[in-house]
Design a protein. Structure first.
Length: 285
């Protein structure tokens, strides 16, 4: 049976990750509804998604025109517009309280047959599931930034995830043209735990004057065939995002994940990476 995605998909949050997730499901043939906090955020989300769609059309990745693809996209500020969705993916910032509140609000508007997923990169999927009325219909779908270019989605199973969803989640990822990696819930899962560990050590090396950011990244790209160096990737993800993940992992796994002072100082100065134009490297915004 060929891999498919649900016909109607919702995405809560239209920031960079949410927009990328919406774009991926649109290209796979789904009707997509994105819900944002207000009208201004919804307009910004639509611009992000349509920009990604335009790039896909320019590359010849899909046929048609922007108007045709945009007709499959709906923007809203009302959670009730998720009522007809078969799957909703939550993509709000990495805050426990925010995610719990968001997931509970979404669940109240879903049909009992619908599925719910979180795009968390580090928070406990078991813990989030325990806050829901139907935890067996919930899992983690951890997408990677930038979503259009990334071929990986980490499927995170909680102890509550039902057998049907365990199978469907893998099919959905394959239907997006991406590769699923299935993990059981644990702090940082597989990707964030390993990725952050490497990034933190690279930052410590900069802090200690071992080598420049350029040389550290080149060592990993040329020597270990990383597609992008750990410091450049930290700039892409956002130093503030990785700081939050590191602090969570430190609380769960111990001081080996303690964020270096350099990282804290850069975040305090607003040097967050690509989104601010400066991190370990400089960018034209």
């Amino acid at each position: 049976m060929p891999a498919t995605v649900p016909a109607a998909v919702g995405v809560l949050g239209g920031g960079r990750m949410g927009a990328g997730i919406a774009h991926a499901f649109l290209l796979a043939g789904a009707q997509v509804t994105v819900v944002e906090r207000d009208g201004q955020a919804a307009e910004a989300a639509q611009e992000r998604i349509e920009r990604d769609l335009s790039r896909s059309l320019e590359r010849g990745a899909v046929d048609g025109n922007l108007d045709e693809w945009s007709q499959k996209l709906s923007l809203s500020v009302d959670h009730a517009d998720f009522a007809g969705c078969e799957l909703v993916v939550e993509a709000v910032p990495e805050s426990w309280d925010l995610k719990v509140s968001a997931l509970q609000q979404v669940e109240r508007h879903l049909a009992e047959s619908a599925w719910l997923a979180t795009n968390t990169s580090s928070l406990s999927v078991d813990g989030l599931a325990g806050q829901l009325a139907r935890p067996e219909r919930f899992c983690g779908l951890h997408f990677f930034n930038p979503v259009p270019a990334s071929k990986l989605v980490e499927v995170v199973l909680s102890k509550h995830t039902g057998e049907e969803l365990r199978a469907l989640s893998v099919q959905w990822v394959e239907g997006l043209g991406k590769t699923p990696v299935v993990v059981n819930d644990a702090p940082g899962f597989a990707s964030s735990r390993l990725g952050v560990a490497i990034a933190l050590e690279a930052i410590r090396m900069v802090e200690e004057g071992v080598a420049s950011p350029e040389d550290i990244d080149n060592a990993m790209v040329l020597g270990y065939r990383f597609p992008v160096g750990p410091l450049a990737l930290t700039d892409i993800v956002g130093l503030d995002v990785r700081l939050g993940i590191a602090e969570y992992l430190e609380s769960e796994l111990g001081e080996r994940f303690a964020p270096p002072q350099l990282m804290r100082d850069m975040v305090a100065r607003g040097e967050l990476g690509r989104k601010t134009g400066r991190g370990f490297f400089h960018y034209n915004r």
